[in-house]
Write a protein that binds this ligand. Structure first.
Ligand code: ADE
Length: 223
């Protein structure tokens, strides 16, 4: 899978892309994530990529020309399954969407910044608009990282334990069971007896019960 991320502040993406799971996925050639600096597609002397909105109002709007140029250049090199714009007024991101996107070959993620982007970009180039939650971020970069992480970890081979991505919370609509590791007792708090016994059937039953109870208590809407 290849993900091209277009950003006005590409430095924001550097660290998360070069650590942990996303780094490993790229090292193993399971995912390729390429960051594009929107400013390098501005051709005027001052490399202007944003301007005040027509009709007035607070904030700056990303101009259409550099975005069009960047996306059209990418599309002339390969075909893309989706051109995603991350925005607070997009469709809410969830595990189902992550699963679907993880099966795609090439994705573009466009990050807004400042007040947003020119509407004409949204109407002509964007195929999907995604929000990561009902709150407003300063820019789309963190949202692009959240989405890339959720997608890339689902690609077979990215996470060491083949099962773990599929047993995550949300994959089957239930939250995860609690986890414990050594020591068996810590500051008087003991690991539940059933996990120490080695009876796999009992462990599975306990986990299922824990998952149901936790989901019932915390996220009734998932049941
Ligand atoms: N950009 C600003 N806020 C956002 C959000 N909640 N989700 C995705 N992109 C955003």
């Amino acid at each position: 899978m290849r993900i091209d991320i277009i950003s006005a502040v590409p430095q924001l993406l550097e660290y998360p892309l070069n650590e942990s799971i996303l780094k490993r996925a790229q090292q193993y050639n399971l995912a390729e994530i390429v960051v594009h600096d929107l400013r390098s597609y501005a051709h005027d002397k001052h490399k202007i990529i944003d301007l005040p909105p027509y009709g007035g109002g607070a904030g700056m709007i990303l101009k259409p020309e550099p975005i069009f140029e960047c996306i059209e250049k990418l599309q002339s090199d390969r075909s893309y399954d989706e051109v995603i714009y991350v925005t607070a007024d997009g469709d809410r991101f969830n595990q189902k969407m992550a699963n679907q996107l993880s099966l795609k070959k090439n994705l573009i993620i466009l990050c807004g910044h400042y007040k947003g982007i020119d509407q004409r970009v949204r109407e002509t180039l964007i195929t999907k608009e995604i929000s990561i939650g009902d709150y407003v971020l300063t820019g789309g970069e963190l949202a692009a990282m959240v989405i890339s992480d959720a997608i890339v970890r689902l690609i077979p081979g990215v996470i060491g334990d083949g099962e773990s991505a599929l047993t995550d919370s949300f994959q089957d609509g239930l939250l995860d069971a609690p986890s414990y590791t050594r020591p068996e007792e810590f500051r008087g708090m003991k690991v539940p007896e059933v996990l120490l016994g080695g009876n796999h059937k009992e462990v599975a039953k306990w986990k299922e019960q824990q998952r149901k109870t936790k989901t019932e208590q915390r996220r009734k809407d998932l049941l």
